[in-house]
Write a protein that binds this ligand. Structure first.
Ligand code: UD1
Ligand code: CA
Length: 484
C-alpha cells in the first residue's frame, strides 16, 4: 500500500460522445498513441486503488474488449441508460456494494490528467479532513463547465452552466468532474439525487450541496495546470489534447537530454523510450513501444512503429515497423523496414530498399533498390543494386541464406529456398535457383553476343547509324595516318 492508496476509483465512460461522430467509442480514441481510457486508468493506478471500476454504456462491448486487454484487473459496471453523472456513479457503486473509505471519481475522457494530480487531491482531502474534495481549476473560458459556487471562501455548490444565472456564469473556477468522496457521503448523496434541472439528469455535482446541508466539510483542490483537466468532446478537442500531450512528452524528453530539432513536427507516443543524446530531426514520428539508444540520429521524415534502435545508429527518411536496428547501423534514405527485420551492428540498408523478416548481419550492406524478404544475410556480405530476394512462389514463402562476406552482383534474382555459402560470388544479372558453394562464382545469364554490322543492316538512315559511321570514319582516317 502506498500513502495515497484509496478504496476505489470509479471512471465514468458511459457517455455517447455524439459530437465525435464516430463508430468507435469516444474513450477508445487515441491520444499520444494510447486510448483515452488507458490514460485514465494509468492516472487512477497512481492511487493504487483496492478496486478500479469503469462505468460503460454506449458501445460497451468495444470498451469491454479493450479493457480486457489493457486492464484485466478493472471491474466493468454497466450503466444501462445515460441518465447523468450521478446515475453513472450509482452504477459504479453497484459493483462495489461493500466499499468503505475513499472513492475517487474521474472520467474516461480527460487524457492529460496525471496520476500525481490525483495523489495531491487525495492528500489535500485527507489533510483538510473533508467529506468530499473537488478538483477545480480557473480557466480562461469556462463556457459549458459546472461553476464552483463559494460562500465565505468555502465551496457551497456546483451549478451547471446551463442552470447558472448570469452572475454565476461570470465565475471562472470550474468543476473538473474529478472528485474524492467519503464513501458514506457518496452513497447517501446519490440516494438523495433528483433530476430537477434543465437537463432532467441526475447530477453527481448535487452531492456537493448535499454534503454542505449535512454540515460536512467540502474541499476544493485548485489545479493551476488547468490543461490537465480539459476533456474531449469532438475531433477538434481530440487534436488539441493530442498536441498538448505531445508537447509535454517532448518537453519531458528534452529535459532528459534528447535533442528535438523541430518540436512542431515531431511526435512521440506515450509508450516510447529514449536515451540521452538521441537526436530527432524534423518530421519524425516515434510510435508504439519504440525505443532509441544513446547517440542515435533519427529523421528527417521518419516513422518508427515498435522499433528498437541501438546506440549511434542513423535512420534517415524511413518507415519502419517492428524492426530492430543495430548499433552504428545506417538506414535510409527512403527505406521501408517491415516486421521481423533485424539490421546488424554497423550494417547498411540504403535507398529504396524494402526488407521483411530479414536478418542483415553485422557490417553487411544492402545499399540500393532491393527487395529483401525472408533473408538471412551473413556478416560483411554485399548485396548489389537492384537485387531481388524472390521469396514467394505464389504458394509458399521461403528463405534465402547469403553467407558471410559473399558478394551478390547487381540486378540478381535470388529464388528461394536458396543457400549461397560464405565467401562466394554471384555474377551481376544472374537468376540464381540452385545453391552456391563456398568459393564459387555463380553465373546464370545468357552469354553476350556482339553482331557486327547489325546497325548498318537494320537501322539504316537513323542517327544511330550516322554515329556508327562517324566512328568508322575516324578509325579509317586514324588508320591512314598511322600508315604514313
Ligand atoms: C460534468 C459536470 C460538470 C463539469 C464537467 C467537466 C455534472 C452534472 N457536471 O459535466 O460540472 O464541469 O463534467 O467536464 O456532473 N457520463 C456517464 N454517464 C452519464 C453521463 C455522463 O458515464 O449518464 C460520463 C461521460 O461519458 C463523461 C463524464 O461522465 O466521461 C462527464 O459527462 P459529461 O456529459 O461530459 O458531463 P458534463 O455535462 O460535461
Ligand atoms: Ca464533458
Amino acid at each position: 500500500m502506498t500513502d495515497a492508496n484509496v478504496a476505489a476509483v470509479v471512471i465514468m465512460a458511459a457517455g455517447q460522445g455524439v459530437r465525435m461522430k464516430s463508430a468507435r467509442a469516444k474513450v477508445l480514441h487515441e491520444v499520444a498513441g494510447r486510448s483515452m481510457i488507458a490514460h485514465a486508468i494509468k492516472a487512477a493506478n497512481a492511487l493504487a486503488p483496492d478496486r478500479l471500476v469503469v462505468v460503460v454504456g454506449h458501445q460497451r462491448e468495444q470498451v469491454r474488449k479493450h479493457l480486457d486487454q489493457i486492464a484485466p484487473h478493472a471491474l466493468v459496471a454497466v450503466q444501462e441508460q445515460q441518465l447523468g453523472t450521478g446515475d453513472a456513479v450509482r452504477s459504479g457503486l453497484a459493483a462495489l456494494p461493500d466499499v468503505s473509505g475513499e472513492v475517487v471519481v474521474t472520467s474516461g475522457d480527460v487524457p492529460l490528467l496525471e496520476g500525481e494530480t490525483l495523489r495531491r487531491l487525495v492528500a489535500d482531502h485527507r489533510q483538510a479532513g473533508s467529506a468530499v474534495t473537488v478538483l477545480t481549476a480557473i480557466v480562461p473560458d469556462a463556457t459549458g463547465y459546472g461553476r464552483i459556487i463559494r460562500e465565505d471562501g468555502e465551496v457551497a455548490a456546483i451549478v451547471e452552466h446551463r442552470d447558472a444565472d448570469q452572475a454565476q456564469r461570470e465565475i471562472g473556477e470550474i468543476n473538473s468532474g474529478i472528485y474524492v468522496f467519503d464513501s458514506e457521503l457518496l452513497r447517501d448523496g446519490l440516494a438523495a439525487l433528483t433530476s430537477v434541472n434543465t437537463q432532467g439528469e441526475l447530477y453527481l455535482t448535487d452531492v456537493i450541496a448535499f454534503a454542505r446541508q449535512r454540515g460536512l466539510r467540502v474541499g476544493a483542490h485548485v489545479l493551476a495546470d488547468y490543461l490537465q483537466v480539459e476533456g474531449v468532446n469532438n475531433r477538434i478537442e481530440l487534436a488539441a489534447r493530442n498536441a498538448e500531450l505531445n508537447r509535454r512528452i517532448l518537453r519531458g524528453w528534452m529535459f532528459e537530454g534528447v535533442t528535438v530539432v523541430d518540436p512542431d513536427t515531431t511526435w512521440i507516443h506515450a509508450g516510447v523510450d529514449l536515451a540521452a543524446d538521441v537526436t530527432l530531426k524534423p518530421g519524425t514520428s516515434l510510435e508504439g513501444a519504440t525505443s532509441v539508444a544513446a547517440g542515435a540520429v533519427i529523421g528527417p521524415d521518419t516513422t518508427l512503429i515498435d522499433v528498437e534502435v541501438a546506440e549511434s545508429a542513423e535512420v534517415v527518411r524511413t518507415h519502419a515497423v517492428l524492426a530492430v536496428i543495430g548499433a552504428g547501423a545506417s538506414v535510409g534514405p527512403f527505406s521501408y523496414l517491415r516486421p521481423g527485420t533485424q539490421v546488424g551492428e554497423g550494417a547498411k540498408i540504403g535507398a529504396f530498399v524494402e526488407a521483411k523478416n530479414a536478418q542483415v548481419g553485422p557490417g553487411a550492406k544492402v545499399p540500393h533498390l532491393t527487395y529483401c524478404g525472408d533473408a538471412v544475410i551473413g556478416e560483411g556480405a554485399n548485396i548489389g543494386a537492384g537485387t531481388i530476394f524472390a521469396n514467394y512462389d505464389g504458394v509458399v514463402k521461403s528463405v534465402t541464406h547469403v553467407g558471410a562476406n559473399t558478394f551478390v552482383g547487381s540486378d540478381s534474382v535470388l529464388v528461394a529456398p536458396l543457400n549461397i555459402a560464405d565467401g562466394s560470388y554471384v555474377a551481376a544479372g544472374s537468376v540464381i535457383t540452385r545453391d552456391v558453394g563456398a568459393g564459387e562464382l555463380a553465373v546464370a545469364r545468357g552469354q553476350q553476343r556482339n553482331i557486327t554490322g547489325w546497325v548498318d543492316r537494320r537501322r539504316a538512315g537513323t542517327a544511330t547509324q550516322k554515329s556508327a559511321n562517324d566512328v568508322a570514319q575516324t578509325r579509317d582516317n586514324t588508320d591512314g595516318e598511322d600508315q604514313e
